[in-house]
Design a protein around this ligand. Structure first.
Ligand code: ACO
Length: 442
């Protein structure tokens, strides 16, 4: 098959003609342009017109949907939510303002913001019976395993908000999920410690309440450090959405069959857990501890470059960012300010991380492949300074990303061109053959 482009790809009148070199048949496909980013070839009629599927493992060159929520320019390190740069949101918004923006498309007025904050606050409690679910887990269960289970279990509790064709019910489910996630996460942590669950407090803001549910006990209140609460809020903003990544695509694909929204978010949590995605923040800290000291860095760089060694520098590289991850830049600054504020003068893991970054960024292997630190490279060091255990790192990511998942899920349900997600395949297995009775098999 050969390809010729019939006009400049920036015009909506453009198209691409493909020629089948076997039959000589030409087929033309429209080029669609968005507000930002490269144009896309609309191949929805490719199979009907040519008899060919496309083959793109990992969806490297495939757009799965149209979206108005988040835009990433990976070559220039740009991340926009509803058009607003992440740097401006991290500096000027709080997490719930970003949630409102992602869900509704605009920044709220002050009345809308107060009403939204109040509504989220009123949904923070969990059904009391959910405590029984926690008790079914082993004490040493990974908190992400508990998150998958408990969030999935919400689908059995909130029957008044699961008619996905009703926009009001969808919004109630969305509020519930954003509001309850810190409670679910805080309780997962408490369960692992063997401490009693701490109930949410309506006088605290989102980040403060989350810290309270993780660190207070019935015998002693947790004194909230404003610096820690501010850092937590900023970390939540930095993780709120990231267009069609693995977990978001999982939520969309799961939801495309009309599945229960709480179950869809549980599927997203499962996808996020993997070390190639949200699990990288936990993996970074484990890796830094394993490297141990600066003298060992060259050895690990060597391992990362060895094609026969599966080791990778965790927190490095990204499918889309090929220049720098703007979230990593803010995260590094936040990391320094948190350590300063907490008067942590000597943090060996931070020194190690900075040295590893310096060496990797000067190494031809990483430069050639455009591998830069991603958002997870520094987040673990902040979490550790805040007193959060390693196994909770990806849970924090899930708390933040829930709003992105639910905003994308809502957008998918409202999209008139939405269909059940059903990729095709390149089959390379056995041809048709007949069953042989077991006694005749050699
Ligand atoms: N360390 C060493 N080499 C790497 C790394 C790394 N962290 N990341 C990519 N490479 C190399 C690959 O070996 C490959 O080399 P090759 O061309 O010689 O075969 C090349 O760079 C391209 O890598 P791919 O795996 O094809 O890139 P892909 O876009 O599929 O993967 C990913 C992106 C999964 C993020 C990858 O860079 C990675 O595994 N990084 C470490 C895990 C991590 O930090 N994940 C968090 C991502 S951000 C997030 O989810 C919030």
């Amino acid at each position: 098959m050969s390809k010729k482009t019939s006009a400049a790809a920036t015009s909506s009148n453009s198209n691409v003609t493909v020629t089948d070199n076997v039959s000589g048949k030409e087929s033309t496909f429209p080029i669609l342009t968005g507000t930002e980013g490269p144009p896309v070839i609309d191949i929805r009629r490719l199979y009907a017109e040519t008899g060919y599927f496309t083959y793109d493992p990992g969806f490297v060159a495939t757009g799965s949907c149209e979206s108005k929520i988040t835009y990433i320019d990976g070559d220039n390190g740009i991340l926009l939510h509803r058009g607003y740069p992440i740097e401006q949101l991290a500096e000027n918004s709080d997490f719930l303002e970003v949630c409102y923006l992602l869900l509704y498309g605009e920044l709220p007025t002050s009345d809308q913001k107060s009403e939204f904050d109040r509504a989220i606050t009123l949904h923070t409690m969990l059904h009391e019976q959910l405590t029984n679910f926690y008790r079914g887990f082993r004490r040493d269960a990974h908190p992400m395993a508990i998150m998958c289970g408990v969030v999935g279990a919400l689908s059995a509790f909130y029957h008044d908000s699961t008619d996905i064709s009703d926009p009001h019910q969808r919004m109630v489910a969305s509020y519930r999920m954003v509001a309850k996630m810190p409670t679910i996460a805080g309780w997962a942590y408490k369960y692992s410690l063997g401490q009693p669950f701490i109930y949410p407090r309506n006088d605290l803001d989102f980040a403060e309440n989350f810290l309270h549910m993780m660190f207070a006990t019935p015998c002693e209140d947790y004194e909230i450090n404003p610096v820690i609460a501010k850092a937590m809020d900023r970390i939540l903003i930095l993780h709120a959405d990231h267009e069609q990544n693995a977990s978001t695509s999982t939520v969309r694909l799961t939801g495309s069959s009309g599945a229960n929204p709480f179950a869809c978010i549980s599927a997203g949590i499962a996808s996020l857990w993997g070390p190639a995605h949200g699990g990288a923040n936990e993996a970074v800290l484990n890796m830094l501890r394993e490297i141990g000291s600066k003298e060992n860095i060259p050895n690990y760089i060597k391992k990362a470059k060895d094609p026969d060694d599966p080791f990778r520098i965790m927190g490095f590289g990204h499918r889309v960012y090929k220049n720098f991850d703007p979230r990593a830049k803010i995260m590094r600054e936040t990391c320094h300010s948190v350590l300063d504020e907490l008067d942590i003068r000597d943090e060996p893991l931070l020194d190690l991380a900075m040295e590893l970054e310096r060496i990797a960024l000067e190494d031809e292997y990483f430069v050639d492949r455009k591998l830069y630190p991603n958002v997870d490279f520094y987040s673990g060091i902040i979490f550790q300074a805040l007193g959060i255990p390693t196994t909770m790192f990806t849970v924090l990511f899930a708390v933040a990303r829930t709003v992105g998942w639910i905003a994308q899920w809502n957008e998918m349900i409202e999209d008139p061109s939405q269909k059940i997600g059903r990729p095709r395949q390149l089959y390379t297995g056995a041809d048709r053959r007949d069953h042989i009775p077991i006694s005749e098999r050699s």
